[in-house]
Write a protein that binds this ligand. Structure first.
Ligand SMILES: *Cc1c(COP(=O)(O)O)cnc(C)c1O
Length: 236
């Protein structure tokens, strides 16, 4: 039996940290400690700061602290905020973590450096077309509907082999898998299942873990954690 040693602390149990710099240091340290518990190098884990709903003024201080990896969940919101910010901070890497409509694939391929929400055949087709047109392709993750929730995005586990075959046929390289476990349940078994699926298909990258469970995700092998509110504060 594998044991997950993350103390089950909630945000409520933690003293709120007043400044963004404090919260950034705290999240970074917690990632490093979780990596150490799993005997992983802290550099193996990328922190994606999820800046959805936060405006440029809220994002700039984190850029000023030297952070370069950010995530958004809507193409239109990212198009409104990030061209200006990218002009000032050219090293930024932008990740799309929300559902992507096929008719926005071209815009997404133009703006983002990674897309975590590839989840269906029509989107694979649209991304392949967008890649051919733009001559560039973001790093791609297939989102798996790991809790088999009808309302949630992501490819059903049963449909994953066919989707990966289709991507291969379109010469669309997939780098890893992504999941969002069901709300209000223990995330660890879902993270372990995503890790197993990634292993079975030969993927090295695992996008899993959010503000409430990123330490658990790191212990189970996340290479990309997606953290919003623990950095920026609760969304209004
Ligand atoms: C909003 C969001 C996150 C970050 O959530 P927090 O709980 O604020 O850390 C991570 N992943 C996805 C897909 C999201 O939509």
């Amino acid at each position: 039996m594998e044991k997950y040693e993350t103390p089950r602390k909630t945000h409520a149990a933690r003293a709120p940290l007043a400044t963004l710099a404090d919260r950034y240091a705290d999240v970074t340290q917690r990632i490093a400690k979780a990596a150490a518990r799993a005997k992983r190098a802290p550099d193996d884990v990328m922190l994606i700061a999820i800046s959805k709903t936060y405006d440029e003024a809220a994002i700039r201080p984190l850029l000023d602290l030297g952070h370069t990896m950010f995530g958004e969940n809507r193409v239109q919101e990212a198009q409104a905020k990030w061209p200006d910010l990218k002009a000032d901070y050219p090293d930024v890497a932008l990740h799309l973590v929300g559902q992507l409509q096929s008719n926005k694939a071209e815009d997404a391929v133009a703006l983002f450096d990674a897309i975590h929400s590839v989840d269906r055949p029509s989107l694979v087709d649209a991304l392949a077309k967008a890649r051919d047109k733009a001559g560039r392709l973001p790093l791609l993750f297939v989102q798996v509907n790991i809790g088999d929730e009808p309302q949630k995005g992501g490819c059903a586990i049963a449909d994953l082999p066919a989707l990966l075959e289709q991507a291969k046929a379109k010469d669309l390289p997939i780098a890893g898998l992504m999941c969002v476990p069901p709300v209000g349940t223990e995330a660890a078994p879902y993270f372990a299942l995503l890790r197993k699926l990634a292993h079975d298909h030969g993927f090295k990258l695992l996008s899993m873990g959010m503000s409430d469970d990123f330490e658990t995700a790191v212990e189970i092998g996340a290479t990309h954690v997606r953290v919003g509110s623990a950095l920026f504060g609760a969304r209004g």
